[in-house]
Design a protein around this ligand. Structure first.
Ligand code: PEP
Length: 261
């Protein structure tokens, strides 16, 4: 198992109304309220963040958003600022998700600006990187992913880099039911850590690197047993509070077994 405190983050994407989010929070919290072995994050749609702030207050579950603007404020119709996320008690923000890159044309340069802004505001960015199937079949997956990491992070100081979370999400495994093997996940998370080592030296050992792509309660333990996989970013399997709680418990059991609790 990895040396860092594991992180399990749910990404609800564009699902759940306010009342659905509130009901979810009540059931989920009841199930995970005693989990102390890892960090749990729910990344919800913007409209659900304020109600969730109230539900999750003083709980073990942290709140995250799924995107934010690189601008502070002003004439940016439709955008949400870092300050607005802080205002509703968000501590994390997903940046550069493949759906943002592929469907909404986000570039590495924009993502780099967002990462910088999030860190300056005191938010923890969860930077998503990952290759599509063509790139993998051409044997260029590591090159693509390491390039994305470098483009997003190369202007950051070591202090800023040490406040990052990175999620390796192969696009061919997102929402498809195809999980990368734990060996593939390990290989790429280790490659990402090598790139981080180039940027920040030995401090790279402190940065949590998550795997995302069809993670479920059934496969989380195997993934977490890999030395460089520090947790998971979970889409579909985070939408039901009881299934997601089971996934969290299965992850916590791996930690408990390793530290001998
Ligand atoms: C995601 O959206 O980040 C994701 C990994 O989705 P899924 O778990 O559904 O593959």
């Amino acid at each position: 198992m990895a040396k860092r405190r594991p992180v399990i983050a749910g990404n609800w994407k564009m699902f759940k109304t306010v009342s659905e989010a509130e009901n979810y929070a009540v059931s989920f919290l009841e199930e995970v309220k005693d989990v102390t072995e890892l960090d749990i994050i729910l990344c919800a749609p913007f409209t659900a963040l304020y109600p969730l702030k109230n539900e999750l207050e003083e709980s073990v579950v942290h709140l995250g958003a799924q995107n934010m603007s690189w601008a502070d404020q002003g004439a940016y119709t439709g955008e949400i600022s870092a300050q607005m996320l802080l205002d509703v008690a968000c501590t994390y923000v997903i940046l550069g998700h493949s759906e943002r890159r592929e469907l909404f044309g986000e570039t590495d340069q924009e993502i780099a600006k967002k990462v910088k802004k999030a860190l300056a505001a005191g938010l923890t960015p969860i930077l998503c990187v990952g290759e599509n199937l063509n790139v993998r079949e051409e044997g260029k997956a590591a090159e693509r992913v390491q390039g994305q990491v470098t483009l997003a992070l190369s202007s950051l100081s070591t202090e800023e880099l040490s406040r990052m979370v990175i999620a390796y999400e192969p696009i061919w495994a997102i929402g498809t039911g195809k999980t990368a093997s734990s060996k593939d996940a390990q290989e790429m998370c280790a490659a990402i850590r090598n790139t981080l080592t180039d940027l920040m030296g030995l401090n790279a050992e402190k940065v949590p690197i998550l795997y995302g792509g069809s993670v479920k309660a059934e496969n989380i333990a195997e993934l977490l047993n890999e030395p460089d996989v520090d947790g998971a970013l979970v889409g579909g399997a985070s939408l039901d509070p009881l299934s997601f709680a089971k996934l969290v418990h299965n992850a916590a059991a791996v930690v408990a077994r390793v530290v001998g609790i």
